[in-house]
Design a protein around this ligand. Sequence first.
Ligand code: GLU
Length: 552
Amino acid sequence: MTEKDYVELANLLYPDAQDTAFYLKKYKPRNAKGEVTRIAPSPTGYLHIGQLYQAVIHRMVADKTGGIFYCRLEDTDTKREVENAGQIAYDMLVRFGLKPDEGYCGDRREIGEYGPYVQSKRIEIYNAFAKELVKRGKAFPCFCAGSENKEEILKRREEELEESNDIEVKDPCRNLTLEQIKANLKAGKKFALRLKSEGNVTKTHEFVDRIKGKKDLRENAKDDVLIKSNGVPVYALAHVVDDTLMGTTTIVRGQEWFQSLPVHIELSRAFGFKPFKYAHTPNICVIDEKTGNKRKISKRKDPFADVRFFLKQGYPTTAIIEYILNLLNSDFEVWRKNNPTLPYTEFQFAINKIGVTNPMFDFAKLNDISKTIISRYTAEQVYTNALNWAKEWNEKDYEIIKQNKANLIKVFSIDRGGDRPRKDITKFDEITTLYNYVLPNFKPKFNLNLGNVNKQKLKEFLTDYANNYAQQADNQAWFENLKQVAGNHNFVDNKTYKQNPSAYAGNITDASKFVRLAITGAENSPELYSIMKILGKATCVERLNNLIKKLK
Ligand code: GLU
């Protein structure tokens, strides 16, 4: 075909499409000082933990360089689309503190000069750029999908694919003459638009990925579909066109896209666009319970693939973000240790500090980070966060937390505020069990295991302690009092016991252990003195008497 034929063909295929110059002029180059990043969720139901992980990179890179982070909704796969999913994805970004500066922000709302930011509203733009490719002789219509002997064609393609190792496929329709194409169009046949690849698989060129580093990249040699026969563009075309018009500088995306990178590069060159910087991220993995092998987090197998899981469990959102920062930049942990009170946004995040190995998702580590974060809250902050969590996710806890504000704030205050605050709350769904003993009508449940403590003596001690219980001035006085009453009933320290075994009822630790069990139902708790003070004399005595009854 001659150049004139290509122009004629372009007009035949896309008679109504604008000239690309129109769009290239309409969307001015950005004057952002730094890097422009984007998240491009497909509305398939929820925001995946892997997308959140990438969004941390997007947000941090834009912030650290004085750039922009925007959101584009990639809703061209209508088959997989789930109602309201775009809204959910956007809402999650906001909830996790990663709000984009621009773009799609929930249903029917957009901010910014580079829209529409929803792909289904950009079909005319894709058509314009498709037309331009045809004009340049770099794309051609393929009628196979709609043709009668479709199966045969598909089979042949498959064979070709196998032979060529999935990398070199020159589509037969690339050789149709203008007359043949005209005849097909006249007969009303639908067409898909394919790239007329000019690459040679045996040729490679050097490519630098911001995460993977230097790579030898082979050329693309596949006549890939760019626009399907239903008029919807595939990822490659939409990515190259949208990211160019929207001024993205840095494409941060999952490494599953790395293998189709040669097509994206050829396509971008075919348009004469400025190349993007790419950063292909490693995938967060888990050990598969059944096989014992490392695998990608899976939507079907791992409930936490959906980031709402973490909200539902009551993790503070910053715990998830700081955990992700840990996975991304290994020096984050040391920075956090040295700067316990700074917001994570102050950390010197950098793409080139991201490792290439797929990190493992480790709940133990996440829980530790979460505990540390909550331990630095004020008691009031713990209360408000717990209440807000319960209001959204747990009606029963909500009522309990709402009705027991005073006691809960008092118990959250124990061991809080100093240099080494108590680290016991991992997530807000634990509050009502972890601190059940400050709730009214609490009945401690525990297995009574006396060990070598003398039952009769224990009973005598507890009775004396309950009958004469008085609130002490401070923790030290409380302990002295406990020691004294226990001592009166032969609860002695180990040294005294060794000297005079016949006088042994149990040791002092045993004495406080059983008081703790009576009061909290647990062997570990924050400072018992403070808890008893919160509960008041009547409740303490009642609980001590309940244990005494059990010792019959
Ligand atoms: N819509 C694509 C996805 O959800 C976006 C990939 C990209 O970031 O380019 O996987």
